[in-house]
Design a protein around this ligand. Structure first.
Ligand SMILES: Nc1ncnc2c1ncn2[C@@H]1O[C@H](COP(=O)(O)OP(=O)(O)OP(=O)(O)O)[C@@H](O)[C@H]1O
Ligand SMILES: [Mg+2]
Length: 303
């Protein structure tokens, strides 16, 4: 447990055991990231497996997965640590009530209140602490949702893998965590941060890979239905849509079809279940006209 794979093939095999289908280019970047101890920066469309690879890596390596979900307004404090204010208040009250009867003095109370006991570790601090099985996988998810100051802070944290808590001092990771950053590219992430990382653009998979993913994730679907589903979604991505379906949607859709005991696609079935694939009314309307039937005809003619 805990060993780093020795080759790109081993990375692919390790991920495959977690039902993660990884193309050679991504496996190469992942291998190099592990080998060189560099963070991975994965950018790409929604639902293409950026978050999932961190999960699969952690599970495959037998490491803990620590996730920092980014959002607008996320600041360094809530990413690293907070003091348990409520518990501190209770301790103060208890000290007040017991004053003079062996309760800690003012200075003792202060150092007690700012000790490990009242510290709430947030993901970045957690990732710096020793973990069973070896350094954890630190997933910094959707970094594009934060702002430039947080990026700058992160850049620093990722360069020395240490954080400083004024009341406690510097906490240093015994070994650097395996870092995976993801972005949906709603804005460009700063060059300085990208430069620290190995970059990979995660695109929609081609037919064969998407079929392999679907087979791994929804093995109960028949081979024929899986092929139809993937072929349809692949064609659908070629349409002029506001939001193209990701791999996650392909899997969802196949599961919906299975739940309805669908054996084969038809315009009616597609219309009934389109909400699993498309999440914008304009896109759905565009397909409702003649779109679905045309795509299906093309697909059957092509098959
Ligand atoms: N290569 C893959 N192998 C196996 N499953 C995959 C793969 N890519 C995507 N999936 C499936 O698609 C789902 C969505 O993937 P994931 O959440 O990683 O997408 P994402 O790229 O992080 O999307 P978002 O940008 O919306 O967060 C996963 O839960 C997984 O089931
Ligand atoms: Mg994600």
């Amino acid at each position: 447990m805990g060993g780093i794979p020795n080759s790109i093939d081993e990375v692919q095999a390790l991920l495959a055991r977690q039902s993660y289908v990884c193309g050679r280019p991504l496996a190469t970047v992942a291998f190099l990231g592990l080998r060189l101890g560099r963070p991975l920066f994965l950018e790409g469309e929604a639902g293409t497996g950026k978050t999932e690879i961190a999960r699969a890596l952690a599970a495959g390596l037998g490491r803990r997965l620590i996730r920092l979900q980014c959002y607008e307004g996320l600041d360094a404090a809530s990413a690293v640590y907070e003091w348990n204010f409520a518990a501190q208040m209770i301790a103060i009250r208890a000290a007040e009530a017991g004053a003079g009867q062996g309760a800690p003095g003012r200075d003792a109370l202060r150092s007690e209140l700012f000790s490990e006991e009242y510290l709430v570790a947030r993901p970045l601090l957690e990732a710096m602490r020793p973990q069973p099985g070896g350094p954890p996988v630190l997933l910094i998810d959707e970094i594009d949702r934060t702002d430039a100051p947080f990026e700058a802070f992160l850049l620093e944290a990722l360069s020395d893998f240490a954080v400083t808590i004024p009341e406690l001092g510097r906490i240093e990771a015994p070994a650097p965590p395996i870092v995976v950053l993801t972005s949906n590219r709603t804005r460009e992430v700063h060059d300085a941060l990208k430069r620290r990382c190995l970059y990979h653009w995660v695109d929609y998979p081609d037919f064969d890979r998407e079929l392999a993913i679907l087979t791994a994730r929804a093995p109960e679907a028949s081979a024929a239905l899986s092929r139809e589903v993937v072929a349809f979604v692949q064609r659908l991505r070629g349409e002029d849509l506001f939001k193209k379906p990701g791999v996650a949607e392909t899997i969802d859709w196949a599961k919906c079809l299975l739940a309805l005991d669908v054996i084969e696609l038809s315009p009616q079935v597609i219309a009934d279940t389109i909400g699993a694939l498309l999440k914008y009314q304009d896109d759905i309307q565009r397909l409702e006209g003649s779109g679905a039937k045309r795509l299906l005809d093309e697909l059957k003619a092509g098959a």
